[in-house]
Ligand binder design. Sequence first.
Ligand code: NAD
Ligand code: IPM
Ligand code: MN
Length: 352
Amino acid sequence: MKIAVFAGDGIGPEVTAEAVRVLEALDLPGLELTEGDVGGAAYKKHGHPLPEATLDIARQSDAILFGAVGDFDCDHLERHLRPEQAILGLRKAMGFFANLRPAKVFAGLEDASALRPEVASAIDLLIVRELNGDVYFGEKGIRKLDDGRRQGWDMMSYAEDEVRRIAHVGFKAAQSRAKAGESGKLCSVDKANVLETSQLWRDVMIEVSAEYPDVELSHMYVDNAAMQLVRNPGQFDTIVTGNLFGDILSDQASMCVGSIGLLASASLAEGTCGLYEPIHGSAPDIAGKDLANPMATILSAAMLLRHSLGMEAQAARIEAAVGKALTDGIRGGDLGGSMGTRAIGDAILERL
Ligand code: NAD
Ligand code: IPM
Ligand code: MN
């Protein structure tokens, strides 16, 4: 079991270290961890945010545990050299097109949500975000118009096969999350009232739905979805959406369940290799201060065991330890507590 560990920038190394401690504590036979440089840290060392050596490690691994990238020192660089290109490049090069971002309220955490406890307690949803297309990967630039004004542009597009493959992931996820005897619920979020890209997205979702008679497909415009996510998040089960909308809605969902420091993610390709990372970034404002909540990264390690290594029982063990820590009142500053990164890691290890 070869696992690549790419810690990255800011709080990335701090939160990744705790997830690694958790993985090591499980004493899994044959576990082999290999570290690689990504992001601003890699740029400063090698002149590139995603060096070829790092990509090689990724290609030789069964799964990747990723911290975060992003470093203000590098924001002046040309776009292809910026730290964020490490994660974008890995997603593209490895074909990780399906991003699963679950959001569920942990028992005892209802009061930490930005929503009223009775609204928050109903949250148990999964955002399936497309990760290889959309406005992220279209042609882009800043150009001079004939009259001398500068114009920035980013091309949004989806080809139908790109929509179809994420649709299947969404329908299958909705199917597997359905309670026995009930149909699955999939809400496709788009902006088809304005965007042609979204009209195609919606048409393809409807086509694919014919193969999943046991899943109820609904559609929602993204602006309404943002509103419904705080009005009544309990109405959602599985959401499938494009790269940009999924990015924004998942940060929003994190505050609905209490903190961005809690949301884990899996980025999957056609095979079993996947990349696992918290949904948050490098949080430069709290980096190096032992203030970051490592739970999102630890829960990402659980997703790694589940999705890439088929170790459901060990994944559930980690999730139970995090859940127990939270019900026992283990909380960092993001959840109104005062525990540091390492102390939260210790608390989870004890419960494991
Ligand atoms: P961010 O997610 O890094 O931080 C947003 C806010 O949430 C900050 O106040 C931060 O302190 C807080 N926060 C984030 N994670 C936390 C944790 N685990 N515990 C406690 N508090 C936490 O978003 P940002 O500030 O917009 O971006 C900072 C940098 O991270 C940028 O360079 C951005 O591009 C990058 N970024 C990277 C990824 C990634 O690597 N996948 C994701 C998002 C942002
Ligand atoms: C995320 C991040 C990334 C994204 C950035 C850092 C490229 O915000 O993983 O959510 O936009 O996908
Ligand atoms: Mn994001």
